[in-house]
Design a protein around this ligand. Structure first.
Ligand code: HEM
Ligand code: NAG
Length: 372
């Protein structure tokens, strides 16, 4: 894990220094099997074990996807003009307010799933810490995703986020870049964090009557396939109903493309970065990891937080990382949008066209085992 980045967010003026695992002295925790540089981190190991086993069930499935989306919707709730606490847990604590925001459509189901674990572990972690922890742990359920640092010590949120801070799929690219830009994200960072996250994602609500509709062919792996699929010329979407608001018809049967993703892939300000991630797994994972870490510090002072990165399990390597064209498709089916670079050569998947299966839905875990 190499993170050597200068973060420029207004909320975080100092460069991030990663703990060098080899040179940091760690002490054994009282469980006799974990070790941490700071003993305050010891209490987090059992939380990680609980959510890996009982929330994510060791899968890059709906619960892991939901935790990643929740991390974003909590963190982005901050603006230099409107206020808000960023990655503070307000989306859970002030759910009665924030769940009314249109951009938080579907977050209610995610909180139904994850909320019981947040409450169960509230003696160890604040709501803001729990949401960032769950997001970081969700990533290491997904082959190919980076293992990102985790910092602990966010205070309890003081108020709900102001409205209209979470980007919507119907927003234009100027609106999206301005929103992210106001909290220190460059257009290239926006491409990395949005494209990367939507590699392990799907829609539960924005496609009427359908749940778990993936955004790419491989929603259970963190790979660069999304950067290909979103650039394919649109053809019929298999539900036979055509495009709904906030989405476009897509070339890969069974998937749905958010309008905002389609535009990010094609806009002159972002298209070349988008294309540059095609088949560049480690570059994409690195850029994405840095951007997610930056989200986790929004509204927080990193120097008041404790580095507990050792609680995050090892990343899972991607077995077959190569991006491909779907059966029957070639570069001719790509809407070439970057004038500066040639589209990479990719293999076409053999066989007849297939339909991508829906992502199985998480069953609400409100019956989660009580705290021990
Ligand atoms: C322009 C910015 C973004 C927009 C407009 C956007 C929009 C959306 C929409 C509309 C959905 C589907 C919701 C549903 O119907 O269930 C979705 C899903 C998702 N988004 Fe984003 N998103 C953005 C950025 C991000 C970022 C930065 C992350 C994480 C770092 C993220 C993570 C996810 C995940 C993991 C899902 C799948 C959730 C699930 O399967 O339950 N998104 N996004
Ligand atoms: C907010 O969360 C609490 C605690 O999990 C829950 O009881 C309540 O129903 C939620 N409210 C809304 C509006 O979702």
């Amino acid at each position: 894990m190499v993170f050597n980045i200068a973060l420029s967010a207004f909320v975080l003026a100092l460069p991030l220094l990663l703990v060098d695992a080899a040179s940091t002295k760690r002490s054994m925790c009282s469980d006799g099997r974990s070790a941490a540089a700071n003993s305050a981190c010891c209490a987090v190991f059992p939380v990680v074990e609980d959510i890996v086993d009982n929330l994510f069930t060791n899968e890059c499935g709906d619960s892991a996807h939901g935790a990643l989306r929740l991390l974003f919707h909590d963190a982005i709730g901050i603006s230099p003009t409107a206020g808000g606490g960023g990655a503070d847990g307000s989306i859970a604590t002030f759910n009665a307010t924030e769940l009314t925001f249109p951009a938080n459509l579907g977050i209610d189901d995610i909180l139904d799933d994850l909320g019981p674990f947040l409450l169960k572990h509230s003696n160890v972690l604040s709501a803001g810490d729990f949401i960032q922890l769950a997001g970081a742990v969700s990533l290491v359920q997904c082959p190919g995703a980076p293992r990102i640092p985790f910092f602990m010590g966010r205070p309890a949120p003081v108020a709900a986020s102001p409205p209209n801070l979470v980007p919507q799929p119907t927003d234009d690219i100027t609106t999206i870049l301005d929103r992210f830009g106001s909290v220190g994200f460059s257009p290239a960072e926006v491409v990395a964090v949005v494209g990367g996250s939507h590699s392990v994602a799907g829609a539960d609500d924005v496609v009427p009557n359908f749940e778990g509709v993936p955004f790419d062919q491989t929603p259970a792996q963190f790979d660069t396939q999304i950067f290909v699929d979103v650039l394919l010329r649109g053809t019929a979407f298999t539900d036979g109903q055509g495009a709904q608001s906030g989405e476009s018809e897509t070339a890969v049967a069974g998937t749905v493309r958010l309008q905002s993703d389609g535009l990010l892939a094609r806009d002159p300000r972002t298209a070349c970065t988008w294309q540059s991630f095609v088949n560049q797994q480690s570059k994409m994972a690195q850029a994405f990891g840095e951007a997610v870490l930056k989200l986790s510090f929004l509204g927080q002072n990193q120097h008041e937080l404790t580095d507990c990165s050792e609680v995050i399990p090892q990343a899972i390597a991607l077995k077959t990382g190569a991006a491909t064209f779907p059966p029957g498709k070639t570069v001719k089916d790509i809407e070439l949008s970057c004038n500066d670079a040639k589209f990479p050569n990719l293999r076409t998947q053999p066989g007849p066209a297939t339909t991508v299966s829906p992502i199985p839905q998480a069953v609400s875990t409100s019956t989660a085992a009580p705290a021990s």
